[in-house]
Design a protein around this ligand. Sequence first.
Ligand SMILES: [Zn+2]
Length: 418
Amino acid sequence: MRAPATSTAPVRNRLRLGGISLALVLAAGCMAPAPDIVARMPGGEPDHAAWPADTGIAARIRTLELHGDHEAILGLADEARGQLQGVSLARVELAVAKALAARGRVPSALVGFSRAERIVRDAEQDSAIEPALPRAIQRAWADAELSLGRRASAARRYEAALAYEPMPVREREALCFSAYVAHREAGDGEAAAWRARVRDPHAPALAALEHRLLTGVPLGVGSVSSAVIAAASGSIPADPRFLVPGVRTRAEWGARPINGSFEAMEPVRRITVHHTARPLPAANRASTAAEMRAIQDLHQVGNRWADIGYHFLIDADGNVWEGRALRYQGAHAGNGELNRGNVGVCVLGDFDRRAVGVAQRVGLKRLLDSLCEHFAVGPTTVETHQEVRPEPTACPGRHLQAWVTSYRLGASSTLARQ
Ligand SMILES: [Zn+2]
C-alpha cells in the first residue's frame, strides 16, 4: 500500500480550464454572455483577474478555489496566514471568506471580508494595487450580505465595487445588475435607475446570476441534469454519489481535508487494486469509519501525503467508501507517473491471510464495472499493485490477485456469485 507522495507540479488541467473560461468571458463581452460559465463556477463569478501568478501555498489555494473545494481551502488557511503577507495574504483571506460563506458560515465570512479589505488598504499605502482584488472583495462581501437579507448594505457594496476601475464590460454588467437586485429587494426606490444601467437585462447570464444571488446556489448545481451531463461525458462528477450510487462520502467517516502537495486527476485511463494488509474491521459503519480515519492518518501524518492515498475502499459488507476525492490524483501505485489518471481502489483486509468474502467480491465488481463504464476503459485496464509496481510487493495478497486476474478474463460474474 506504500507509494511516494505526489509532487508539487502545477495543476495543469484546472489552470487550463481557468484560462479557457477567462478567454470565453473576454470574447463574449456583454452582448453575448456565457451563462453556463456563471452557472458552473462554484460560488458564482470567477475571480481570475484577482489571482495573478502566485506560487506556493497561494497557488494551491487558487487551484482549490477553481475546484470549489471549500473544505480544503479552510484546512490550509492557518498555514497560509503563517507564510503570506500583503496582497497575497489578502487574496487568501478573500478565498477563505468565500469558502466560509459557501459553507453557510456567513457571519465568520463577513469578518474575513473585512480583514481582506483592511490588508488591501494597508498594502495600498506602499504601492498601487490592481483594482480587481478590492473589487472582488467588495463583490463577494455584498453577495454574503445579500444572503443574510442585508439588502441595503449589499447594494452599497456593489456600488463600492463598481468604483474600482477599469473592469471588463461583462463584470460591470453583473455588478450593475446585482446592485439592481439588491435595491429591488430592499424596496428603496433606486432599483429602476440601476436597471437602466444594465445594457441587456434579459441576458441569460443575468438570470443565472439572479438565481444565485437570491437562492445562494448556482443555477443547475445538484440538479439531475448536471448529474446526467457528468455521467454521460466520462468527466469526474463533483459528487461521488453520481458515479457510485450509495458510496459513503468523506463527510460520513469524518475525513480531514486534503493538505500538502497534490495534483489534479488526469483523464482516467487505468485502475489499480490494493489491499490494506491490515485486519478486516467489523462489518459496521462505526468500525469502518474508524479504519478509514486510521488509514488517512497513516498516509497523511505517517507518510506525509496530501490525503488518504486511495480513491475508493471496500468494507467487509461490500460497501464503497470515498477516499481521496477523485478530482485529485491519488498516491497508491508507485511513483508519480504511475498515479496519473489512475483510480486507486483498496479492499479492506489482508488477502494473503484470508480469502475475499462474497460481499467484498460483489462490492468490488460493482465498483470496477461502474468505473470502467463511466470512463470508457476496458477491464484490461484493471490491474493490481504488484502488476504495475516495478519493485516487488505482496499487495493485494494472493487471494485478491487471483480474483482480479479472473475479473480481467471476464470470469468475474461467476466469481462474484461463488
Ligand atoms: Zn497496494
